[in-house]
Design a protein around this ligand. Structure first.
Ligand SMILES: C[S@@+](CC[C@H](N)C(=O)[O-])C[C@H]1O[C@@H](n2cnc3c(N)ncnc32)[C@H](O)[C@@H]1O
Length: 233
């Protein structure tokens, strides 16, 4: 790990936008009443068994960091009712959108966190997650901003601690330099094995992939994506 990759403001902070347009009345209502019900509170103690966070019985546990429009999270939660999902997103309007979907689809297997994912990662019990999804993370394309990228040795240490043995870290991006960055960081970390055997494995979306808003934007702008799966070793 280089000195710049140790814990620092650049690896601990959230750099994106927190708010967009003012919320509509019903959205405000959900943010006031439903968010506190579903929000995980890292100020309190973590349950010994993370599955106890959910009102319904769950057998697997999955974390999605930066769920944006929430399309992927909602789709996965709907098709896997026995998996408990924790979705993290600090952008208020995205959280409001997700809450509307959770309510409309009566999803019982989603909990959320509305701030920087590193805080939640530090709260989670060791070896508690089956999978972490980091889909189209903010790319920070300028070299002087690369240190803001979510994939860093510090955050890979966090992933490694909270994943169960053999747990998966799934990463998607349309930004070549970020894909290469992630491959190099995971190789240098040493705690993750890239599962790809051939090119088809990383150019083909993950099984059951519903797409995301950012992926659709990348496609419209003529960029293809890479889908990387790493297994904790
Ligand atoms: C480029 S968007 C991608 C959204 C979505 N995954 C998609 O594919 O459409 C990246 C998202 O990550 C969120 N984000 C950025 N830094 C974060 C952090 N430290 N913790 C949690 N979410 C973060 C942003 O608010 C933003 O919504």
């Amino acid at each position: 790990m280089t000195p710049t990759e140790r814990r620092s403001r650049a690896t601990e902070a959230f750099f994106g936008r927190r708010k967009g347009k003012p919320l509509r009345e019903l959205q405000v209502e959900r943010m006031t009443h439903l968010l506190p019900e579903l929000r995980v509170d890292p100020e309190g103690p973590a349950p010994e068994n993370l599955a106890d966070l959910f009102q319904t019985q769950v057998e697997r546990l999955r974390l999605e960091i930066g769920f944006g429009g929430g399309e992927h999270l909602v789709h996965r939660a709907g098709e896997n009712p026995q998996t408990g999902f924790i979705g993290v997103e600090p952008f208020v309007n995205s959280m409001a959108k997700l809450l509307a979907e959770v309510e409309a689809k009566e999803l019982r297997n989603i909990r959320v966190y509305d701030d920087d994912a590193t805080q939640l990662l530090d709260w989670l019990p060791a070896a508690s997650l089956d999978q972490i999804d980091l889909l189209y993370p903010d790319p920070w394309p300028k070299k002087k901003h690369w240190k803001r990228r979510f994939v860093s040795q510090v955050n890979l240490d966090r992933f490694h601690r909270v994943l169960k043995p053999g747990g998966l870290f799934c990463f998607a991006s349309d930004i070549d330099t970020y894909v290469n960055w992630t491959l190099i960081h995971c190789r240098d970390h040493g705690g993750f094995a890239w599962t790809a055997r051939n090119r088809a494995d990383w150019i083909t979306p993950f099984a059951g992939w519903p797409g995301t808003r950012y992926e659709a934007k990348a496609k419209r702008e003529g960029r293809s994506s890479a889908y990387l799966t790493f297994r904790k070793i």
